[in-house]
Ligand binder design. Structure first.
Ligand code: NAD
Length: 360
């Protein structure tokens, strides 16, 4: 995009604040066309999805990296032309406070590390994007939200699906009661993970299918109903006990919503599945997949198809979140949205432990 077009687009969206020293972006920061993002943790998701998406974004770019592995720093520096001054490790990360190139820190680490790095980024005065699941506990999520509020920075959770027009389409059907009230949701998200010694199999690092793919199954139910569940009954299981010693391989959970709607949800590291079925008073809607990186599409009982093309969910998410930062408008998925899921996840684990239904 030409610089002129970019400026026009920003000003059309009422975001001229970016160029007039909007305080949240640092009153002394130089004027820039694009916000600088530093990725923290250069594993699968940063490498395969976020860094490529940051080559497509119009409102932000890959400005820096934070890694504990010097060899990765060298490889990324060469591939993405990242200057040495924008490369940090976990120890010297706090010095990022003095780096005007970095506007946003994007935390892409195992979930147990999210809290520490979100709080450190907030204290450094940077806006924070944090991957899902937001953190292993409600207390962690609350501390992260509070640190961002205290340091007057924004916190967005990487719920890429909520930026996808296909997901927004089924949310609208529920919101507008196209087929009346929701009666029943069936929601599943899982994949077969062949790894045997990864953080996803370790409790201390925030592993377990529930926090990982389970939040997509949960989001399917929450977004389709537009409601927050009031109770849950859950059961954890595994077919590979030699691998899933500390965390669940599979979680099945039944949710009850205030309107009376019910949801049957499942997630797993042992089964490839990804679908959503919503039954309303006067019709139905199906999505398959429901939380893929692309290709989410569906159909409804009246013959309407949901099939919006999307180039890069991650690029759209990053650009829309940046637009919200510069315009000081609400984020699509702020920290509070991550917290809503973790409240349910905590209740799910309580239900597994007690074998009983738990109120949320
Ligand atoms: P990964 O294991 O591939 O990468 C994790 C990174 O953290 C690695 O670079 C690793 O070196 C680093 N790390 C630092 N300390 C570590 C420690 N003590 N143990 C393990 N790794 C450590 O994981 P990933 O798949 O990239 O997931 C990272 C985050 O991104 C998670 O929160 C995950 O849920 C999320 N994620 C989101 C999506 C999505 O679609 N939004 C997809 C995949 C992953």
């Amino acid at each position: 995009m030409e610089r002129r077009d970019f400026l026009t687009q920003l000003s059309l969206a009422g975001t001229t604040a970016l160029f007039s020293g909007y305080p949240l972006l640092g009153a002394t920061a130089p004027k820039k066309d694009k916000l600088g993002v530093a990725l923290v943790g250069l594993g699968y998701y940063s490498t395969d999805l976020l860094a490529p998406a940051l080559q497509l974004t119009e409102r932000c770019y890959l400005a820096g990296i934070v890694t504990g592995t010097p060899a990765k720093a060298e490889a990324w520096k060469a591939k993405y032309h990242i200057p040495d001054k924008n490369i940090y490790n976990y120890q010297n990360f706090d010095q990022i406070a003095n780096n005007p190139d970095i506007d946003i820190v994007y935390v892409v680490l195992p979930p147990s590390m999210h809290r520490e790095f979100v709080v450190r980024a907030a204290k450094a005065g940077k806006h924070v994007f944090c991957e899902k699941p937001m953190a292993p506990s409600v207390a962690d999520c609350e501390a992260m939200i509070s640190a961002c509020q205290q340091n007057k920075v924004k916190l967005a959770i990487g719920y890429r699906c909520q930026h996808d027009p296909n997901i927004q389409a089924y949310m609208k059907v529920g919101r507008e009661r196209k087929f009346g009230k929701v009666k029943m949701v069936n929601s599943a998200a899982g994949y077969f993970d062949a790894r045997t010694d990864h953080w996803k199999q370790k409790k201390a690092l925030g592993g377990g299918a529930m926090g990982d793919m389970g939040v997509y199954a949960l989001q399917g139910a929450r977004l389709a109903t537009g409601e927050e569940p009031v109770s849950v009954l859950a059961q954890a299981s595994t077919t590979r006990p030699e691998i899933y010693k500390e965390v669940e391989e599979t979680m099945m959970f039944l949710l009850e919503f205030p309107s009376g709607a019910r949801a049957a949800c499942q997630t797993s590291f042992g089964i490839n599945m990804n679908y959503l079925q919503v039954n309303y008073e006067k019709g139905w809607l199906k999505m398959e997949p429901q939380s893929g990186y692309n290709g989410n599409n569906g159909s409804m009982s009246d013959g309407t198809l949901i099939n919006f093309p999307i180039k890069s969910q991650q690029a759209k998410q990053l650009d829309e979140d940046c637009l919200a930062l510069v315009g000081n408008t609400p984020l699509i998925a702020p920290g509070e949205e991550g917290l809503r899921d973790i409240r349910v996840v905590e209740a799910i684990y309580k239900s597994v432990a007690s074998g009983k239904s738990v109120k949320i």
